[in-house]
Design a protein around this ligand. Sequence first.
Ligand SMILES: *Cc1c(COP(=O)(O)O)cnc(C)c1O
Length: 481
Amino acid sequence: MAEIQFYTGENVPLELHKVRIVQKLDLVPVERRAEAITEAGNNTFLLKNKDIFLDMLTDSGVNAMSDRQLASMMVADDSYAGSATFTRLTDKLKEIFNTDYFLPAHQGRAAENIIAMTFVKEGSIIPMNYHFTTTKAHVTRLGGSVEELVIDEGIQITSDHPFKGNFDLDKLKKLLDEKGERIPFVRIEAGTNLIGGQPLSLENMEATADLVHSYGKLMVIDASLLQDNLYFIKTREEAAKDLSIREITKRISAKMDIIYFSARKLGFARGGGIALHDKALYTKMRELVPMFEGFLTYGGMSVREMEAMAVGLEETMDMDVISQGPLFIEYMTNELIRLGVPVVTPPGGLGCHLDASRFIPHVRQEEYPAAALGAAVYIAGGIRGMERGTVSEQREPDGSEHLASVELLRLAMPRRVFTLSQVKYAVDRIKWLYDHRDLIGGLRFVEEPSSLRFFFGRLEPTSDWQDKLVKAFRKDFGDSL
Ligand SMILES: *Cc1c(COP(=O)(O)O)cnc(C)c1O
Protein backbone atom coordinates (compact mmCIF):
# COMPACT_ATOMS: atom_id res chain seq x y z
CA MET A 1 0.00 0.00 0.00
CA ALA A 2 1.36 3.37 -0.94
CA GLU A 3 1.11 6.30 1.41
CA ILE A 4 -2.14 7.82 0.19
CA GLN A 5 -2.97 11.06 1.92
CA PHE A 6 -6.62 11.61 2.78
CA TYR A 7 -7.98 15.15 2.34
CA THR A 8 -9.66 14.96 5.74
CA GLY A 9 -6.36 14.08 7.37
CA GLU A 10 -7.69 10.77 8.63
CA ASN A 11 -5.04 8.03 8.59
CA VAL A 12 -6.60 5.11 6.70
CA PRO A 13 -4.75 2.04 5.38
CA LEU A 14 -6.08 1.94 1.83
CA GLU A 15 -6.42 -1.42 0.08
CA LEU A 16 -4.53 -1.41 -3.21
CA HIS A 17 -6.33 -4.49 -4.49
CA LYS A 18 -9.90 -5.40 -5.29
CA VAL A 19 -11.79 -8.48 -4.20
CA ARG A 20 -12.99 -10.76 -6.99
CA ILE A 21 -13.86 -13.94 -5.11
CA VAL A 22 -15.73 -13.74 -1.83
CA GLN A 23 -16.73 -16.14 0.90
CA LYS A 24 -19.97 -15.49 2.75
CA LEU A 25 -19.56 -15.08 6.50
CA ASP A 26 -22.08 -15.83 9.22
CA LEU A 27 -22.48 -13.66 12.27
CA VAL A 28 -24.55 -15.72 14.69
CA PRO A 29 -26.41 -14.10 17.65
CA VAL A 30 -24.61 -13.60 20.94
CA GLU A 31 -26.66 -16.38 22.61
CA ARG A 32 -25.42 -18.85 19.99
CA ARG A 33 -21.87 -17.59 20.44
CA ALA A 34 -22.04 -18.30 24.17
CA GLU A 35 -23.36 -21.78 23.38
CA ALA A 36 -20.68 -22.39 20.74
CA ILE A 37 -17.81 -21.45 23.04
CA THR A 38 -19.23 -23.82 25.67
CA GLU A 39 -19.40 -26.61 23.08
CA ALA A 40 -15.77 -25.80 22.20
CA GLY A 41 -14.68 -26.17 25.84
CA ASN A 42 -13.74 -22.47 25.90
CA ASN A 43 -10.89 -23.31 23.55
CA THR A 44 -10.95 -21.25 20.35
CA PHE A 45 -9.12 -24.05 18.48
CA LEU A 46 -12.24 -26.19 18.94
CA LEU A 47 -14.74 -23.70 17.49
CA LYS A 48 -16.38 -24.55 14.18
CA ASN A 49 -15.99 -22.14 11.30
CA LYS A 50 -19.76 -21.81 10.82
CA ASP A 51 -19.94 -20.07 14.21
CA ILE A 52 -17.08 -17.67 13.48
CA PHE A 53 -17.42 -14.22 11.94
CA LEU A 54 -13.83 -12.93 11.87
CA ASP A 55 -11.27 -15.71 12.07
CA MET A 56 -8.18 -14.13 13.56
CA LEU A 57 -6.72 -17.38 14.89
CA THR A 58 -3.69 -17.43 12.61
CA ASP A 59 -2.03 -16.16 9.45
CA SER A 60 -1.03 -19.68 8.45
CA GLY A 61 -2.41 -21.00 5.16
CA VAL A 62 -5.29 -18.52 5.23
CA ASN A 63 -3.83 -15.61 3.27
CA ALA A 64 -5.70 -14.55 0.14
CA MET A 65 -4.19 -15.50 -3.20
CA SER A 66 -3.92 -13.09 -6.10
CA ASP A 67 -5.48 -13.55 -9.54
CA ARG A 68 -1.99 -14.28 -10.88
CA GLN A 69 -1.38 -16.96 -8.29
CA LEU A 70 -4.67 -18.64 -9.08
CA ALA A 71 -3.99 -18.47 -12.81
CA SER A 72 -0.52 -19.96 -12.34
CA MET A 73 -2.04 -23.00 -10.60
CA MET A 74 -3.73 -23.94 -13.88
CA VAL A 75 -0.40 -24.30 -15.68
CA ALA A 76 1.35 -26.32 -12.99
CA ASP A 77 3.40 -29.20 -14.35
CA ASP A 78 2.29 -32.30 -12.48
CA SER A 79 5.13 -34.73 -12.91
CA TYR A 80 6.69 -36.81 -10.17
CA ALA A 81 10.27 -36.00 -11.08
CA GLY A 82 11.77 -33.10 -12.98
CA SER A 83 8.63 -30.96 -12.90
CA ALA A 84 8.90 -27.62 -14.73
CA THR A 85 7.03 -26.08 -11.80
CA PHE A 86 9.89 -27.03 -9.51
CA THR A 87 12.34 -25.40 -11.90
CA ARG A 88 10.27 -22.22 -11.94
CA LEU A 89 10.19 -22.18 -8.15
CA THR A 90 13.95 -22.73 -7.73
CA ASP A 91 14.61 -20.08 -10.38
CA LYS A 92 12.43 -17.62 -8.47
CA LEU A 93 14.23 -18.42 -5.22
CA LYS A 94 17.55 -17.92 -7.01
CA GLU A 95 16.36 -14.56 -8.31
CA ILE A 96 15.20 -13.42 -4.87
CA PHE A 97 17.72 -15.01 -2.49
CA ASN A 98 20.54 -15.75 -4.92
CA THR A 99 20.51 -19.37 -3.73
CA ASP A 100 21.47 -22.21 -6.08
CA TYR A 101 19.81 -25.07 -4.21
CA PHE A 102 16.34 -25.76 -2.84
CA LEU A 103 14.99 -28.61 -0.75
CA PRO A 104 11.18 -28.66 -0.82
CA ALA A 105 9.19 -29.69 2.27
CA HIS A 106 5.49 -30.01 2.96
CA GLN A 107 5.49 -27.09 5.42
CA GLY A 108 7.76 -25.05 7.67
CA ARG A 109 8.03 -27.55 10.49
CA ALA A 110 9.10 -30.24 8.03
CA ALA A 111 12.02 -28.02 7.00
CA GLU A 112 12.80 -27.67 10.72
CA ASN A 113 12.74 -31.43 11.09
CA ILE A 114 15.29 -31.85 8.29
CA ILE A 115 17.61 -29.18 9.68
CA ALA A 116 17.33 -30.51 13.23
CA MET A 117 17.93 -34.13 12.19
CA THR A 118 21.03 -33.05 10.30
CA PHE A 119 22.64 -30.86 12.96
CA VAL A 120 21.10 -31.35 16.42
CA LYS A 121 22.28 -34.10 18.76
CA GLU A 122 22.14 -34.86 22.48
CA GLY A 123 23.49 -31.83 24.34
CA SER A 124 23.39 -29.41 21.38
CA ILE A 125 22.52 -25.82 22.14
CA ILE A 126 20.68 -23.77 19.52
CA PRO A 127 20.81 -20.03 20.19
CA MET A 128 17.99 -18.00 18.68
CA ASN A 129 16.46 -14.59 19.19
CA TYR A 130 13.22 -16.32 20.13
CA HIS A 131 11.80 -19.81 19.80
CA PHE A 132 8.80 -20.94 17.80
CA THR A 133 6.76 -23.88 19.12
CA THR A 134 7.58 -26.36 16.35
CA THR A 135 11.24 -25.29 16.16
CA LYS A 136 11.76 -25.90 19.84
CA ALA A 137 9.95 -29.22 19.70
CA HIS A 138 12.31 -30.52 16.98
CA VAL A 139 15.40 -29.37 18.86
CA THR A 140 14.34 -30.83 22.21
CA ARG A 141 13.07 -34.07 20.66
CA LEU A 142 16.66 -34.77 19.59
CA GLY A 143 18.12 -33.98 23.01
CA GLY A 144 19.12 -30.39 22.27
CA SER A 145 18.08 -27.21 24.02
CA VAL A 146 17.16 -23.71 22.95
CA GLU A 147 18.70 -20.47 24.27
CA GLU A 148 16.64 -17.34 23.69
CA LEU A 149 18.83 -14.29 23.27
CA VAL A 150 16.45 -11.56 22.19
CA ILE A 151 17.19 -8.03 23.48
CA ASP A 152 15.50 -7.16 26.77
CA GLU A 153 12.93 -4.95 25.01
CA GLY A 154 11.76 -8.04 23.11
CA ILE A 155 9.78 -9.36 26.03
CA GLN A 156 8.54 -6.01 27.33
CA ILE A 157 4.91 -5.67 26.37
CA THR A 158 4.97 -1.94 25.72
CA SER A 159 7.98 -0.33 24.13
CA ASP A 160 8.81 2.05 21.33
CA HIS A 161 11.81 0.03 20.17
CA PRO A 162 11.36 -0.39 16.40
CA PHE A 163 13.17 -3.76 16.30
CA LYS A 164 12.17 -5.70 19.41
CA GLY A 165 13.15 -8.97 17.70
CA ASN A 166 16.87 -8.06 17.59
CA PHE A 167 19.51 -10.48 18.82
CA ASP A 168 21.42 -9.47 21.95
CA LEU A 169 24.93 -9.71 20.51
CA ASP A 170 26.70 -9.52 23.87
CA LYS A 171 24.74 -12.49 25.16
CA LEU A 172 25.36 -14.37 21.92
CA LYS A 173 29.10 -13.73 22.06
CA LYS A 174 29.24 -14.88 25.68
CA LEU A 175 27.40 -18.09 24.85
CA LEU A 176 29.63 -18.75 21.83
CA ASP A 177 32.70 -18.21 24.03
CA GLU A 178 31.50 -20.43 26.84
CA LYS A 179 29.65 -23.21 25.06
CA GLY A 180 30.65 -22.82 21.42
CA GLU A 181 31.54 -26.48 20.96
CA ARG A 182 27.92 -27.47 21.64
CA ILE A 183 26.48 -25.00 19.11
CA PRO A 184 26.05 -26.33 15.54
CA PHE A 185 24.17 -23.29 14.25
CA VAL A 186 22.51 -20.07 15.33
CA ARG A 187 18.95 -19.34 14.25
CA ILE A 188 17.41 -15.97 13.46
CA GLU A 189 13.62 -15.82 13.39
CA ALA A 190 12.69 -12.82 11.22
CA GLY A 191 10.19 -11.63 12.24
CA THR A 192 9.34 -13.26 15.48
CA ASN A 193 6.10 -15.16 15.93
CA LEU A 194 5.49 -15.64 19.65
CA ILE A 195 6.55 -12.15 20.76
CA GLY A 196 4.12 -10.28 18.59
CA GLY A 197 5.56 -10.41 15.07
CA GLN A 198 8.35 -8.06 16.12
CA PRO A 199 11.12 -7.58 13.52
CA LEU A 200 14.94 -7.49 13.52
CA SER A 201 16.87 -4.71 11.81
CA LEU A 202 19.03 -5.42 8.79
CA GLU A 203 22.00 -4.11 10.75
CA ASN A 204 21.34 -6.56 13.58
CA MET A 205 20.89 -9.52 11.23
CA GLU A 206 24.15 -8.74 9.43
CA ALA A 207 26.05 -8.21 12.68
CA THR A 208 24.67 -11.46 14.12
CA ALA A 209 25.73 -13.39 11.02
CA ASP A 210 29.23 -11.85 11.06
CA LEU A 211 29.66 -12.81 14.71
CA VAL A 212 28.39 -16.34 14.14
CA HIS A 213 30.66 -16.82 11.11
CA SER A 214 33.68 -15.54 13.03
CA TYR A 215 33.17 -18.58 15.29
CA GLY A 216 32.89 -20.85 12.25
CA LYS A 217 29.22 -21.64 12.94
CA LEU A 218 26.34 -21.89 10.51
CA MET A 219 23.81 -19.08 10.28
CA VAL A 220 20.21 -20.18 9.80
CA ILE A 221 17.25 -17.90 9.16
CA ASP A 222 13.61 -18.85 9.67
CA ALA A 223 12.10 -16.64 6.98
CA SER A 224 8.47 -17.64 7.54
CA LEU A 225 7.54 -14.11 8.59
CA LEU A 226 10.17 -12.35 6.46
CA GLN A 227 7.56 -10.49 4.42
CA ASP A 228 6.56 -8.27 7.35
CA ASN A 229 10.16 -7.94 8.50
CA LEU A 230 11.18 -6.60 5.07
CA TYR A 231 8.47 -3.97 5.31
CA PHE A 232 9.65 -2.90 8.76
CA ILE A 233 13.30 -2.65 7.65
CA LYS A 234 12.27 -0.45 4.75
CA THR A 235 10.02 1.80 6.86
CA ARG A 236 11.79 1.85 10.25
CA GLU A 237 15.53 1.60 9.49
CA GLU A 238 17.12 4.85 8.42
CA ALA A 239 20.09 3.16 6.71
CA ALA A 240 17.77 0.97 4.62
CA LYS A 241 15.19 3.50 3.50
CA ASP A 242 16.72 3.93 0.05
CA LEU A 243 17.13 0.20 -0.55
CA SER A 244 14.49 -1.68 -2.52
CA ILE A 245 12.76 -4.71 -0.98
CA ARG A 246 14.74 -6.84 -3.43
CA GLU A 247 18.02 -5.29 -2.30
CA ILE A 248 17.18 -5.76 1.38
CA THR A 249 16.26 -9.41 0.73
CA LYS A 250 19.56 -10.02 -1.10
CA ARG A 251 21.55 -8.34 1.66
CA ILE A 252 19.95 -10.68 4.22
CA SER A 253 20.27 -13.85 2.19
CA ALA A 254 23.93 -13.16 1.38
CA LYS A 255 24.72 -13.57 5.09
CA MET A 256 22.72 -16.75 5.64
CA ASP A 257 23.89 -20.32 5.11
CA ILE A 258 20.43 -21.85 5.42
CA ILE A 259 17.17 -20.06 4.62
CA TYR A 260 14.03 -21.98 5.51
CA PHE A 261 10.40 -20.94 5.51
CA SER A 262 6.76 -21.86 5.80
CA ALA A 263 5.03 -20.95 2.54
CA ARG A 264 1.76 -20.95 4.46
CA LYS A 265 2.98 -17.46 5.37
CA LEU A 266 5.83 -16.42 3.06
CA GLY A 267 4.53 -16.60 -0.49
CA PHE A 268 0.76 -16.63 0.23
CA ALA A 269 0.50 -20.36 -0.50
CA ARG A 270 1.17 -23.62 1.34
CA GLY A 271 4.24 -25.77 1.71
CA GLY A 272 7.76 -24.73 2.57
CA GLY A 273 11.39 -25.55 2.08
CA ILE A 274 15.06 -24.79 2.52
CA ALA A 275 17.09 -22.58 0.18
CA LEU A 276 20.89 -22.83 0.23
CA HIS A 277 23.99 -21.35 -1.39
CA ASP A 278 26.31 -24.26 -0.71
CA LYS A 279 26.31 -27.59 -2.49
CA ALA A 280 27.90 -29.54 0.36
CA LEU A 281 25.24 -28.36 2.82
CA TYR A 282 22.54 -29.20 0.30
CA THR A 283 23.90 -32.70 -0.21
CA LYS A 284 24.14 -33.25 3.53
CA MET A 285 20.39 -32.69 4.01
CA ARG A 286 19.11 -33.93 0.68
CA GLU A 287 18.40 -37.57 1.48
CA LEU A 288 15.96 -36.63 4.23
CA VAL A 289 13.59 -35.07 1.68
CA PRO A 290 12.62 -38.25 -0.19
CA MET A 291 12.61 -40.12 3.13
CA PHE A 292 10.14 -37.85 4.96
CA GLU A 293 8.57 -35.48 2.44
CA GLY A 294 8.43 -36.73 -1.12
CA PHE A 295 10.66 -36.78 -4.17
CA LEU A 296 13.14 -33.90 -4.52
CA THR A 297 11.06 -31.99 -7.03
CA TYR A 298 7.91 -31.70 -4.93
CA GLY A 299 8.73 -32.56 -1.30
CA GLY A 300 5.17 -33.35 -0.23
CA MET A 301 3.67 -30.24 -1.81
CA SER A 302 1.08 -30.15 -4.56
CA VAL A 303 2.62 -28.68 -7.71
CA ARG A 304 -0.22 -26.16 -7.82
CA GLU A 305 0.85 -24.78 -4.47
CA MET A 306 4.46 -24.64 -5.66
CA GLU A 307 3.42 -22.67 -8.71
CA ALA A 308 1.38 -20.28 -6.55
CA MET A 309 4.33 -19.95 -4.18
CA ALA A 310 6.67 -18.87 -6.98
CA VAL A 311 4.24 -16.12 -7.95
CA GLY A 312 3.59 -15.24 -4.29
CA LEU A 313 7.33 -14.86 -3.67
CA GLU A 314 7.53 -12.44 -6.58
CA GLU A 315 4.60 -10.47 -5.12
CA THR A 316 6.47 -10.37 -1.79
CA MET A 317 9.01 -8.10 -3.48
CA ASP A 318 6.27 -5.51 -4.05
CA MET A 319 5.95 -2.90 -1.30
CA ASP A 320 2.29 -2.28 -2.21
CA VAL A 321 1.56 -5.93 -1.50
CA ILE A 322 3.57 -6.46 1.67
CA SER A 323 2.49 -3.27 3.40
CA GLN A 324 -1.16 -4.34 3.57
CA GLY A 325 -0.75 -6.61 6.62
CA PRO A 326 1.43 -4.34 8.77
CA LEU A 327 -0.65 -1.24 7.95
CA PHE A 328 -3.90 -2.95 8.97
CA ILE A 329 -2.26 -4.21 12.16
CA GLU A 330 -0.91 -0.74 12.89
CA TYR A 331 -4.35 0.76 12.32
CA MET A 332 -6.04 -1.74 14.63
CA THR A 333 -3.37 -1.39 17.32
CA ASN A 334 -3.44 2.42 17.25
CA GLU A 335 -7.24 2.54 17.36
CA LEU A 336 -7.25 0.26 20.41
CA ILE A 337 -4.58 2.40 22.08
CA ARG A 338 -6.67 5.52 21.36
CA LEU A 339 -9.61 3.81 23.09
CA GLY A 340 -7.45 2.89 26.08
CA VAL A 341 -7.35 -0.87 25.44
CA PRO A 342 -4.03 -2.49 26.53
CA VAL A 343 -2.09 -3.95 23.58
CA VAL A 344 1.47 -4.94 22.66
CA THR A 345 3.48 -2.02 21.23
CA PRO A 346 4.88 -1.05 18.85
CA PRO A 347 2.59 -2.76 16.30
CA GLY A 348 4.36 -5.70 14.65
CA GLY A 349 3.56 -8.11 11.85
CA LEU A 350 1.26 -11.13 12.08
CA GLY A 351 -1.47 -9.58 14.19
CA CYS A 352 -2.63 -7.30 16.97
CA HIS A 353 -2.02 -8.60 20.48
CA LEU A 354 -4.26 -7.79 23.44
CA ASP A 355 -2.54 -7.78 26.83
CA ALA A 356 -4.82 -9.88 29.02
CA SER A 357 -2.81 -9.12 32.18
CA ARG A 358 -3.81 -5.47 31.98
CA PHE A 359 -7.19 -6.04 30.28
CA ILE A 360 -8.49 -8.22 33.13
CA PRO A 361 -5.99 -7.81 36.00
CA HIS A 362 -8.59 -9.24 38.41
CA VAL A 363 -8.33 -12.71 36.79
CA ARG A 364 -5.46 -14.63 38.42
CA GLN A 365 -2.94 -16.29 36.13
CA GLU A 366 -3.96 -19.68 37.53
CA GLU A 367 -7.38 -19.02 35.97
CA TYR A 368 -5.91 -18.41 32.50
CA PRO A 369 -6.65 -14.75 31.70
CA ALA A 370 -5.55 -14.97 28.03
CA ALA A 371 -7.84 -17.94 27.40
CA ALA A 372 -10.69 -16.27 29.29
CA LEU A 373 -10.23 -13.13 27.20
CA GLY A 374 -10.25 -15.30 24.07
CA ALA A 375 -13.64 -16.74 25.07
CA ALA A 376 -14.95 -13.27 25.95
CA VAL A 377 -13.83 -11.70 22.63
CA TYR A 378 -15.55 -14.52 20.79
CA ILE A 379 -18.79 -14.00 22.75
CA ALA A 380 -18.62 -10.23 22.26
CA GLY A 381 -18.04 -10.30 18.51
CA GLY A 382 -17.82 -13.76 16.97
CA ILE A 383 -14.09 -13.01 16.63
CA ARG A 384 -11.68 -15.91 17.05
CA GLY A 385 -8.22 -15.18 18.49
CA MET A 386 -5.46 -17.45 19.79
CA GLU A 387 -4.43 -17.79 23.43
CA ARG A 388 -0.75 -17.05 23.95
CA GLY A 389 -0.36 -17.43 27.69
CA THR A 390 -0.33 -20.06 30.40
CA VAL A 391 -2.63 -22.51 28.59
CA SER A 392 -0.01 -22.62 25.79
CA GLU A 393 2.66 -23.65 28.35
CA GLN A 394 3.24 -27.14 29.67
CA ARG A 395 3.01 -28.13 33.30
CA GLU A 396 6.26 -28.71 35.22
CA PRO A 397 7.34 -32.34 35.64
CA ASP A 398 5.96 -32.23 39.24
CA GLY A 399 2.52 -31.29 37.88
CA SER A 400 2.58 -27.68 39.02
CA GLU A 401 1.43 -24.96 36.66
CA HIS A 402 4.10 -23.16 34.60
CA LEU A 403 2.86 -19.56 34.54
CA ALA A 404 3.65 -17.83 31.25
CA SER A 405 5.75 -14.66 31.29
CA VAL A 406 3.03 -12.86 29.32
CA GLU A 407 -0.71 -13.40 28.90
CA LEU A 408 -1.64 -12.36 25.37
CA LEU A 409 -4.58 -12.83 23.07
CA ARG A 410 -3.35 -12.77 19.49
CA LEU A 411 -5.71 -11.44 16.84
CA ALA A 412 -3.98 -12.46 13.62
CA MET A 413 -4.47 -10.51 10.41
CA PRO A 414 -4.49 -12.97 7.49
CA ARG A 415 -2.95 -11.10 4.55
CA ARG A 416 -5.29 -9.42 2.02
CA VAL A 417 -8.33 -11.09 3.65
CA PHE A 418 -10.23 -8.57 5.80
CA THR A 419 -11.68 -5.18 4.89
CA LEU A 420 -11.27 -2.08 6.98
CA SER A 421 -14.88 -2.11 8.18
CA GLN A 422 -14.33 -5.61 9.54
CA VAL A 423 -11.28 -4.36 11.41
CA LYS A 424 -13.32 -1.44 12.72
CA TYR A 425 -16.00 -3.87 13.89
CA ALA A 426 -13.39 -5.87 15.80
CA VAL A 427 -12.07 -2.69 17.43
CA ASP A 428 -15.62 -1.68 18.39
CA ARG A 429 -16.54 -4.99 20.02
CA ILE A 430 -13.21 -5.15 21.87
CA LYS A 431 -13.77 -1.63 23.19
CA TRP A 432 -17.26 -2.66 24.36
CA LEU A 433 -15.75 -5.66 26.08
CA TYR A 434 -13.08 -3.51 27.70
CA ASP A 435 -15.78 -1.27 29.15
CA HIS A 436 -17.41 -4.43 30.59
CA ARG A 437 -14.16 -6.09 31.62
CA ASP A 438 -15.24 -6.41 35.25
CA LEU A 439 -17.74 -9.04 34.12
CA ILE A 440 -15.04 -11.33 32.70
CA GLY A 441 -14.01 -14.18 34.99
CA GLY A 442 -11.55 -17.06 34.85
CA LEU A 443 -11.50 -20.59 33.46
CA ARG A 444 -10.50 -24.00 34.78
CA PHE A 445 -9.62 -27.21 32.95
CA VAL A 446 -12.18 -29.99 32.72
CA GLU A 447 -10.11 -32.03 30.25
CA GLU A 448 -6.38 -31.47 30.21
CA PRO A 449 -4.23 -33.48 27.79
CA SER A 450 -0.68 -33.97 29.03
CA SER A 451 0.85 -32.49 25.88
CA LEU A 452 -0.30 -29.76 23.49
CA ARG A 453 -3.14 -28.94 25.87
CA PHE A 454 -3.77 -25.64 24.08
CA PHE A 455 -4.92 -27.55 20.97
CA PHE A 456 -7.21 -30.09 22.57
CA GLY A 457 -7.86 -29.07 26.17
CA ARG A 458 -11.39 -28.18 27.38
CA LEU A 459 -12.15 -25.60 30.06
CA GLU A 460 -15.18 -24.16 31.84
CA PRO A 461 -15.88 -20.76 33.40
CA THR A 462 -15.24 -20.57 37.15
CA SER A 463 -18.57 -18.72 37.60
CA ASP A 464 -21.62 -17.65 35.54
CA TRP A 465 -19.68 -14.71 34.06
CA GLN A 466 -20.43 -15.67 30.46
CA ASP A 467 -24.21 -15.48 31.05
CA LYS A 468 -23.73 -12.04 32.55
CA LEU A 469 -21.72 -10.97 29.50
CA VAL A 470 -24.50 -12.11 27.16
CA LYS A 471 -27.10 -10.16 29.20
CA ALA A 472 -24.96 -7.02 29.15
CA PHE A 473 -24.55 -7.37 25.38
CA ARG A 474 -28.31 -7.65 24.85
CA LYS A 475 -28.91 -4.64 27.08
CA ASP A 476 -26.48 -2.47 25.13
CA PHE A 477 -27.08 -3.70 21.59
CA GLY A 478 -30.80 -4.58 21.62
CA ASP A 479 -31.66 -6.93 18.78
CA SER A 480 -28.38 -6.36 16.95
CA LEU A 481 -26.08 -9.25 16.23
C1 LIG B 1 4.40 -20.99 11.15
C2 LIG B 1 5.82 -20.95 11.49
C3 LIG B 1 6.61 -22.10 11.42
C4 LIG B 1 6.05 -23.45 11.07
O1 LIG B 1 5.53 -23.47 9.78
P1 LIG B 1 4.34 -24.49 9.37
O2 LIG B 1 4.20 -24.28 7.91
O3 LIG B 1 3.13 -24.09 10.15
O4 LIG B 1 4.80 -25.86 9.71
C5 LIG B 1 7.95 -21.98 11.74
N1 LIG B 1 8.47 -20.79 12.11
C6 LIG B 1 7.74 -19.67 12.19
C7 LIG B 1 8.38 -18.39 12.60
C8 LIG B 1 6.39 -19.71 11.88
O5 LIG B 1 5.67 -18.58 11.99
